[in-house]
Design a protein around this ligand. Structure first.
Ligand SMILES: [Zn+2]
Length: 323
C-alpha cells in the first residue's frame, strides 16, 4: 500500500473540514475554492458598458432605459424627481442622461423596491441632494444583510446614505413640479416592498418590477414575493390604466395596456398549468420536464429568467397550497 505523507493527510483534512464549513454557511465547496461570478456580479459588470437611452414621454416625464431597472424622471423648479437609481456602475451614464433632460438639481428619489438594479445608485443620488422615499420593507431590506437564494448572493447592508429617508407603509400623494404623483403599495408581489409611481396629469405609470415587458419576471421569494401576488399586482396595474396611459415597466420597453394584458394572461396561464400538474401529483422535476412554457420561451425567455427557471419560481408559490 502506498504510504500517504503527513502533508497529504492534513490537506485531505482541510478539504473535508472546508466542505463541512461550506455546508454550514450555505456555500457549495466549489465556491470556496473557485469563486464563480454570480448573476449579481455579472449584472453589475454589464452596467459599466450598457447604453442609457433617454425617452421623452409626456407631461415632462422621461424614461431612462438600457441599464438596470428602468428609471423615470420629472424635472422642474422643485428639482428632479426620479424613480429608481440603477446600477452604481452606470452612474456616469445615468448622470449624463439626467443632465440631458434638464439642469435642475436632483432632489427626490423614489425606490420602487429594494433590488440592487434599482437602488445601487441611491448613495450618489442622495449625496447629490436627493431625499429617498420607499416602502418600509424596502428600507428594512437595504438596512440589513439580505440573502437572495435564487441569485446565490448575500447583499451586505447598504451605506447610510443609500437608506430611504422617507418611508411609506401605504399610499402617498406628492405635489411636485406642478404634477400630482401617487405612490401606491402593491402588497407582497415581486418583493414585499413594491410600489408604483403614477404621474396623474401626464398619465404615465411606473410599475417597478411588478411588470417585465416581454420577459418572464423574477419573483423574489427570499424577500416576500410570490406568484399569486405578482398576478394580483398585474391585475391592479391593469385597473390603473386606460388605453392612453404610457407605462414604464421595471424591465423592457415602455408600452401600455395591451402589452400589460398579454403579460397578465401569461402569468395566469403558466400558473394554472403548473398548478394543474402539481395537483395531478407531479414533482417539480417532472413539471419542469413537461416544459409548460415552451410555446413562450422564444418571446419571453430572453433575460436571465428562462422558461425552466420561471416554472420553478411559479411552483415555489404553490408548495404550501392545496391545489
Ligand atoms: Zn426587482
Amino acid at each position: 500500500m502506498k504510504s500517504i505523507s503527513t502533508q497529504e493527510i492534513s490537506r485531505r483534512r482541510f478539504i473535508a473540514s472546508a466542505g463541512v464549513a461550506a455546508a454550514v454557511i450555505g456555500l457549495t465547496p466549489h465556491r470556496l475554492f473557485a469563486q464563480k461570478e454570480t448573476l449579481v456580479e455579472k449584472a453589475r459588470k454589464a452596467g459599466a458598458t450598457a447604453k442609457m437611452n433617454v425617452q421623452a414621454l409626456r407631461g415632462g416625464v422621461s424614461a431612462l432605459i438600457g441599464s438596470g431597472g428602468n428609471i423615470a424622471v420629472l424635472p422642474g423648479p422643485d428639482g428632479k424627481f426620479i424613480v429608481d437609481s440603477g446600477y452604481l456602475t452606470s452612474r456616469d451614464k445615468i448622470a449624463e442622461a439626467l443632465t440631458s433632460v434638464s439642469s435642475d438639481p436632483i432632489k427626490h428619489l423614489v425606490n420602487t423596491h429594494w433590488h440592487f438594479d434599482h437602488t445601487d445608485g441611491n448613495e450618489w443620488m442622495h449625496s447629490a441632494g436627493a431625499t429617498i422615499t420607499a416602502h418600509e420593507n424596502t428600507k428594512k431590506r437595504l438596512s440589513n444583510t439580505t440573502r437572495v437564494d435564487d441569485w446565490d448572493f448575500t447583499f451586505p447592508s447598504s451605506p447610510a446614505g443609500a437608506i430611504p429617508t422617507d418611508v411609506i407603509d401605504g399610499d402617498k400623494t406628492l405635489r411636485l413640479n406642478g404634477a400630482t404623483i401617487t405612490l401606491k403599495y402593491y402588497g407582497p408581489s415581486h418583493t414585499d416592498g413594491d410600489i408604483s409611481v403614477y404621474f396623474a396629469e401626464a398619465d404615465v405609470l411606473h410599475t417597478g418590477d411588478t411588470w417585465w415587458n416581454g420577459y418572464f419576471p423574477f419573483i423574489d421569494y427570499s424577500t416576500g414575493g410570490n406568484i399569486d401576488g405578482m398576478i394580483k399586482a398585474a391585475e391592479s396595474n391593469l385597473a390603473m390604466v386606460t388605453d392612453k396611459t404610457i407605462v414604464i415597466p421595471g424591465h423592457g420597453p415602455v408600452a401600455g395596456k395591451k402589452e400589460m394584458t398579454e403579460y397578465r394572461d401569461l402569468l395566469v396561464l403558466i400558473r394554472d398549468r403548473v398548478a394543474a400538474l402539481k395537483k395531478a401529483g407531479k414533482s417539480l422535476d417532472e413539471i419542469v420536464a413537461a416544459k409548460v412554457t415552451a410555446a413562450y420561451d422564444a418571446k419571453w425567455g430572453g433575460s436571465f429568467i428562462n422558461g425552466d427557471f420561471f416554472t420553478k419560481l411559479v411552483y415555489k408559490g404553490l408548495t404550501n397550497q392545496a391545489e
